[in-house]
Design a protein around this ligand. Structure first.
Ligand SMILES: Cc1cc2nc3c(=O)[nH]c(=O)nc-3n(C[C@H](O)[C@H](O)[C@H](O)COP(=O)(O)OP(=O)(O)OC[C@H]3O[C@@H](n4cnc5c(N)ncnc54)[C@H](O)[C@@H]3O)c2cc1C
Length: 416
């Protein structure tokens, strides 16, 4: 801790916390911006940051209807990896993983990225074949991937259930050692602070209620804090992208579903990696505070309510105990849900739209936290150049008419 920080800590401890410097400004919206980003989650904030940092645009606003990171960015289980199956996805998520590796330095803010590895378990012959195929695909993409035998999995994560009577025997696993977890709030705050310092106006409690067009061109927005004119608008609102698309007069091939997660009481450090099982359908990591962070699949019905059904939580807890009997007496502290935006091919949309000057970044579904820096990086390029970044090109909206989809369904085991 620097001398300045120590003095500040003491001053605030004795002074009722009134002297902390603001981390980002709280400006009133201006009547016009060159670029407006709708959505103050990680992806929107990262887009604004890279627009300002790499493309020299400083007349930018990020409009957030609630508080920064109050959407999926602050509700996710923070698994970061790049071992997707298709080359297009591999390029996108690997770009992001490389940015993660320098993100704390880039933002001068500790996002607590911990490369503790992501282990996918194989329980059946089919699992073995498909995960090995996955490992080979990743290696040809230049992405680190290893196949572990059952004995190697046991040595790597000894608390897994290797008893002879286990209902789901472990036959091996794939491991991406560069994968891991990060601190979700810190990612939003780090990008917000860095974007603010580059002059980006971050405006919270500002809901976009209409998108204004003149003919086929976007010209501005109506918001709960008045009208704002804009040269270009980037929409990054995750589960609400269908609502914003309707405001612009088109539909997206996306469904919104609740996705839940739960957290246990804290434990001593026992789990030093992220473990996933697509077959038993659960994944778990241990946070730096000691809590287990646990998730599984989305609720099957469509909803905009940020709450899910008890059946998913019960199934997730059953699956956890199948894999880790030692967790069977743990108490769960809390559970919650976010609204995830799932495309028909389970890949994201980073794209121009039928409306000139309007761009959408959405469809990250259950797995977009890991893409936060890469998504912002390629989306900023797409907005500035009015053409997709080469890495983002396969994720344009026109893939749903050309048929060149990027099918990632199931390729990720549990899709996180
Ligand atoms: C339970 C759960 C677990 C997950 N686990 C993982 C994981 O382990 N790894 C992983 O990679 N991904 C995971 N995800 C997915 C990940 O959280 C998302 O893909 C990612 O965070 C999306 O970020 P975002 O910035 O696009 O969206 P958000 O963080 O949701 O930001 C969108 C913002 O838009 C705002 N907004 C909406 N409508 C308007 C409007 N009209 N006007 C203004 N603002 C508006 C919202 O308030 C919100 O803050 C998980 C998601 C959930 C719910």
């Amino acid at each position: 801790m620097s001398r300045y920080s120590a003095i500040n800590l003491l001053r605030n401890a004795l002074g009722g916390h009134r002297h902390w410097p603001v981390v980002w400004r709280d400006p009133a919206p201006k009547p016009r911006y060159e670029v407006v980003i709708v959505g103050g989650g990680g992806h929107g904030l990262a887009t604004a940051y890279y627009l300002a940092k790499h493309h020299g645009i400083r007349d930018i606003a990020v409009l957030e209807k609630g508080w920064l990171g109050g959407g999926n960015t602050g509700r996710n289980t923070t698994v970061v990896r790049s071992n997707y199956l298709n080359d297009e996805s591999g390029s996108l998520y690997e770009l992001s993983l490389k940015l993660w590796e320098g993100l704390s330095q880039e933002l001068n803010y500790n996002v607590m990225f911990s490369q503790r590895g992501v282990l996918n378990l194989a329980h059946t012959e089919h699992d073995v074949q498909s995960l090995r195929r996955h490992v080979f695909a990743n290696r040809t993409q230049g992405i680190d991937a290893e196949w572990l035998s059952a004995d190697e999995v046991r040595a790597f994560c000894p608390i897994l259930n290797f008893s002879p009577g286990a209902r789901f025997p472990i036959r091996g696993g794939s491991l991406q050692r560069r994968g891991g977890i990060a601190r979700h709030d810190a990612v939003a705050w780090g990008f917000a602070r860095a974007a603010d310092r580059l002059g980006v106006d971050i405006i919270q409690n500002c809901e976009v209620t209409a998108l204004k067009r003149e003919g086929d061109r976007i010209v501005g927005l109506e918001t709960s804090r008045g009208e704002i004119a804009a040269g270009k608008v980037g929409v990054v609102v995750a589960g609400h992208c269908g609502v914003l698309a309707a405001m612009a007069g088109f539909r997206l091939p996306i469904e919104s579903h609740p996705l839940q997660a739960l957290v246990s009481e804290p434990l001593k450090p026992v789990l030093h990696t992220v473990v996933m099982s697509g077959l038993v359908h659960v994944y778990v990591s241990q946070s730096d505070k000691g809590e287990l962070v646990i998730g599984a699949g989305a609720d099957t019905y469509n909803s905009y309510a940020q709450r899910g059904s008890l059946g998913i939580i019960e199934g997730t807890a059953h699956a956890l105990i199948e894999l880790f009997p030692c967790f069977s007496r743990l108490r769960m502290l809390r559970s919650w849900a976010g609204i995830v935006d799932i495309c028909t091919d389970v890949s994201p949309i980073i794209s121009k739209t039928p409306v000139a000057g309007l761009y959408f970044n959405c469809g990250w579904g259950t797995g977009g936290f890991k893409a936060t820096p890469g998504s912002g990086f390629v989306f900023a390029h797409t907005i500035v150049r009015d053409e997709p970044h080469p890495v983002a090109a396969p994720f344009s909206l026109d893939r749903f008419t050309s048929g060149a989809i990027v099918p990632e369904h199931g390729a990720a085991a549990v899709a996180h």
